[in-house]
Design a binder for this molecule. Sequence first.
Ligand code: URA
Length: 521
Amino acid sequence: MRVARLQSEIDFDGWRDAARALRAEGVAPEAVVWTVERELFDFAPVPPLNNPSVLPPCGEGGPRSGSDGGSVQGVLAAERPHPPASLVPPPHEGEGKTFGVPAAFIDLARTVILHRSPERLALLYRILHRLERQPRLLDNPADADLAKARDMAKGVGRAIHKMHAFVRFRLVEGAASETPRETYAAWFEPAHRVTEAAAPFFVRRFSNMNWSILTPDACVHWDGERLTNSPGADPADAPSEDAQEEMWRTYYASIFNPARLNPAMMKQEMPKRYWRNLPEAALIPELIEKAQSRTETMVAAHPAKPSERVLKAALKHARGSYGEGNLTNLEEVAAGVHVCRRCDLWRDATQGVPGLGPEKAALMIVGEQPGDQEDLQGVPFVGPAGRLLDRAMAEAGVPRDRVFVTNAVKHFKFEPRGKRRIHKTPDRGEVQACRWWLDAERRLVKPKVILALGATAVQAVFGKPLPIGKTRGQHQALDGDAQGLVSWHPSFMLRIPDHDAKDRAYAELVADLRLAWKMAS
Ligand code: URA
């Protein structure tokens, strides 16, 4: 029996050196015991992070990430007489002790080693051993060893993704630092040993702040210039609560749409094992419990009646007094919207929802169409997407009461599903028919800037589709001396499950609102 000892659980270089030496000697997979040098983890524990003197902790000497090319210690190293040849090409050397290995296997092995399964080191060596006789082994999708390794790699990929999504930094009060930058720390328990692999993402994302991520396996620290690591820590080493926690909870509660609740999907996207370190998770049981009654309240809500003045104007409209260009104020537009039959959407909707805001506003925001709540209340952007828009506007310093907020299409298009009404995107004909009202609003309000949110609004405002990701931030001249801008629709953020993409889109919406307001002011 041979014992192969690695310096750490994720010591890929160590595994590769050991495997290479074992192969060179022709040692069978069943004859190898793989172990990890436990004593190498016996570093002094990281002092608590709420003690400012420890930030950033020293990174030297932590468990090896597998990329430093150091040599394996222990039995194998001692037994190895010559520096070994590489496992990756040089290509097959016939009778020799080395042979070429597909680069895809090396990539797979680098990922699999991060899995927590104690089996992984032996499994990788077994595949390596078999590759010598079966060079096309990687092409066999039915092979049990490979299926297991690929499953492990998938699990590792998922764990990295979840770490990117669910790390929540907290401010470390009074942390000592040579720069005036704030210092943050997060406690996280990854499903696999992915801390170092996940870290470069946080460097890219939070390069402007000092931060540490503490996990039971390893800690990573960023000081603005260098990424270092140190041994695993304890939850007590991380700060437990900060002022931003409340903001997270408010945000989460405001974007939670009870009518869209799907607990199974939610648990799949945000598995329970991560909840204890997510500030917003404390709200989840209550939000789920109340979802049914909140949905029923939404469904049973009485539609708001249009005002007497609007009804009077509608009557006038019905008598045919409004022709093109006859609309002289926003009340008449509202009345016209109310009795509009320019397309079929009026049939199922409760009422038409005209734009809302000052008669003369420098900024006009155009959404897609009223949602369930807007249809009942007769007011644009008052449901979940509206709440998110309100928050983004507040963050961007845009006062809603000085902005004219409207939609490309004025009636709610939906599909009934049970008691719920599920949003349906309006088609081009409906958008074209409703441009009549949007154009009237534009003519009367005369905004300096029009911000179109989402593809439908872009089509209505610019008369053509534009790729939002590529064109946001660039203004374009529109009829009537207005400048047009585009951004993401808040509903888009409510729908994307990926936390990072959601955060990115939200930050971009805030930036676009800020720009629109600056141009309008
Ligand atoms: N989505 C929109 O586009 N407009 C609204 O008014 C509400 C949701």
